[in-house]
Design a protein around this ligand. Structure first.
Ligand SMILES: C[S@@+](CC[C@H](N)C(=O)[O-])C[C@H]1O[C@@H](n2cnc3c(N)ncnc32)[C@H](O)[C@@H]1O
Length: 245
């Protein structure tokens, strides 16, 4: 009981009183994690983003694909983008910028723009109908207002353009995994997980959110990510797919 109260208090202090420290620490941890490439996880991401290589520009007169990645973090998805494409990136955590720039320099064949510090909910600086594709990976679990975020995605996409998403979600099988669901709910409700992982919530029903956002077509799949670690199995129920404007 005391340890729960202590984690709650520490989480509260970390989230509310020291947000800069939390953002800085999260960026450093994510940069460290992205250095060790797990081939099984890479294959899983490839499955989600493979279609990107076949995407064509839809903006009138455009010759290169224009991609917007929201919540880009350190920039782990460059390898999935077609050569010659043009990348715009948005992320609210400014401490990711130096890590993103270091990754960006390794992919000179992708024309990447400067890091824009903004939330996906507030990316008014990205013009209406100005991108062919939007990419989000492991972002919607931490977004404050997913409805507003997805409205912004629809606004910036050209008609016919696609959102590619890959997100961990609440366990869907309550018969086989009731305990996992309970842990996901408790750790989120007690603010333990969000405090440790920069606002990440374990129990979001993200596929439903995407389906009700107003896209003309949503093609989503559920799959368990290949994660062996006992604690991190809490994030293995995953959805991925595309949503077309
Ligand atoms: C777990 S990291 C994933 C980073 C990257 N997409 C990847 O797959 O490696 C979550 C990212 O979402 C960003 N994020 C959190 N809230 C956001 C919001 N409201 N709008 C846009 N990005 C957000 C965080 O700053 C962080 O970069």
């Amino acid at each position: 009981m005391w340890s729960l109260i202590a984690s709650f208090c520490l989480g509260f202090i970390f989230c509310k009183v020291l947000p800069n420290l939390r953002h800085r620490a999260f960026a450093a941890v994510m940069a460290q994690l992205s250095k060790s490439v797990d081939p099984t996880a890479e294959a899983f991401k490839k499955k989600a983003f493979d279609g990107l290589l076949k995407e064509q520009p839809r903006r009138p007169g455009a010759t290169a694909l224009r991609i917007l990645e929201v919540g880009v973090g350190t920039g782990t998805n460059f390898k999935f983008y077609p050569e010659g494409s043009h990348l715009v990136v948005v992320d609210p955590n400014p401490y990711f910028e130096s890590y993103y720039n270091a990754n960006r320099a390794k992919f000179p064949n992708i024309k990447s723009e400067e890091f824009i510090v903004a939330k996906g909910e507030d990316m008014e600086m990205v013009e209406d109908n100005s991108v062919d594709v939007v990419v989000v990976s492991l972002v919607l679990c931490s977004v404050g207002d997913c409805k507003k975020f997805l409205q912004q995605v629809l606004r910036v996409l050209v008609p016919g353009g696609k959102l590619y998403f890959l997100e961990h979600v609440r366990e869907w099988d309550s018969e086989k995994h009731p305990t996992k669901q309970r842990f996901q709910d408790w750790l989120t409700w007690l603010q333990v997980w969000p405090a440790l992982f920069d606002g990440c919530e374990l129990n979001r029903e993200t596929l439903q959110l995407v389906k009700s956002a107003g896209f003309s077509e949503v093609d989503g799949q559920k799959m368990y990510a290949p994660i062996d670690n006992f604690i991190f199995q809490l994030v293995n129920p995953t959805i991925f797919g595309t949503a077309t404007k």
